[in-house]
Ligand binder design. Sequence first.
Ligand code: NAP
Ligand code: MG
Length: 496
Amino acid sequence: MSHLKYHNLIAGQWLPAASGKTSLNVNPADHADIVGEFPSSGAEDVNRAVEAAKAAFRIWRLVPAPKRAEILLRTGILLQERKEEFARQMTREMGKVLAETRGDVQEAIDEAFYVAGEGRRLFGVTTPSELQNKFAMSVRMPVGVVGLITPWNFPMAIPSWKLFPALVAGNTCVIKPATDTPLSTYNLVQTLADAGIPEGVINIVSGGGSDAGQALVEHPDVRAISFTGSSAVGSHVGQRAAATFKQVSLEMGGKNAMIVMQDTNLDLALDGALWGAFGTTGQRCTATSRILLQRGIAGAFTERFVARAKRLKIGNGLDESVEVGPQVNASQIETSRKYVEIAKNEGAELLCGGHTLTDGACANGTFFEPTVFAGVKPAMRIAREEVFGPVVALLEFDAFEQAVEIANSIDYGLSTSIYTKNVNRAFAAMRDLEAGITYINAPTIGAEVHLPFGGVKQTGNGHREGLGAIDFFTTWKAVYVDYSDKLQRAQIDNAE
Ligand code: NAP
Ligand code: MG
């Protein structure tokens, strides 16, 4: 079957990698389906892209922010028109079901409209001066050329969380998409270009993390790196970026706990648990990967949860009746398989799943069964380490305080949730769960773009996307205007 060949966008031109090398983007639900061929870029391509972004920054930083925002508004409208086409392409390249890829594109649309409004805000601060006839203010300045590195699980939404705030604030961008999902990021960049983004303001360089990604992190003219991915790679990126004193935002993994109190509506908790654990085939940084059950409902919940997990329809996400798509690639399958072995050896009880699927609708892809472990203890690796697949651990507890302690006992701190009808417990959970996000009576997934997104501990290094993104992509400048017509020395002339 013939397939399309895609290029990098550098200085407004679509170009192959300098080396001429390419890699194939394969549909994880059907390996015979080649989604496209993409450049395998390296340092030379990154250098050109950064050069283009540097040149464009001289012009883009002077474009009034409300004008920059209008391009984002047009991008959002174009994405609405292209939503169905882009969602179908995303399901083919990444595997998640159509309802979810439509949601991924929708998130980019929401982000476009949200950030477009920022063009008329980007508020600074005025404050009195300690001296007479002197005016003081703080204004937001763009950072310069920013490098964006993104994962494959939200291949349009996550790039939009980074690109749109960076652009509205006056930065110019070089983005390196995940090797598994360059097409969705390419579609986003193409749409920005169609909406009128000037040449060089946004550049996309497809290629491997240790080639193009590393070159971007190490480039001396890149002033900030915004990275989303695993904690292992994030730690490496942070350390390399420190060598050239870059600002770095790291959004990384999770091992997200849902607490189910016995006073809750069990049907509601079951719906949430199923969606949180197996939506996106468990490949979300916020996936519900630990379910903490209060002793009184543990038996009933477990039985019904496993029965429903077994009934989930698995297959190609383009089939609208399918509920769970493939994992993105063979190495993710290998990780799921490995953790099934680890959990069994630790003494956890496998209640369902645990195998790759190779028959029928799953014959030509990388599929793994929805998998549930019970009898999991907080110290086990299956309770502490991110699997990033359809594998969920059930733990039991007696009292609320114990559940909070178990939930907090890990190295990650992204998302948490509690199902309860007790308002006192709900408020205690909001305060005590160590995480960037807490849901009450909803699973650990479902973030909206205009709230802060990110986590604590090994999930992040203190920055936030969404509400916090403008803070990351701007730098404060203090401005003093002395209109006294004489030298006024702060801390000296006005001292008693
Ligand atoms: P990953 O392996 O860490 O890769 C993330 C990105 O970094 C990819 O573009 C990758 O390129 C690139 N990369 C790899 N090595 C690099 C290097 N040495 N220097 C610079 N860049 C490098 O993560 P993933 O497997 O794509 O995504 C899954 C992980 O992301 C999970 O841990 C998940 O929890 C996390 N995640 C976090 C959030 C959040 O907001 N907290 C959201 C979504 C996902 P290649 O694709 O070429 O390897
Ligand atoms: Mg692919």
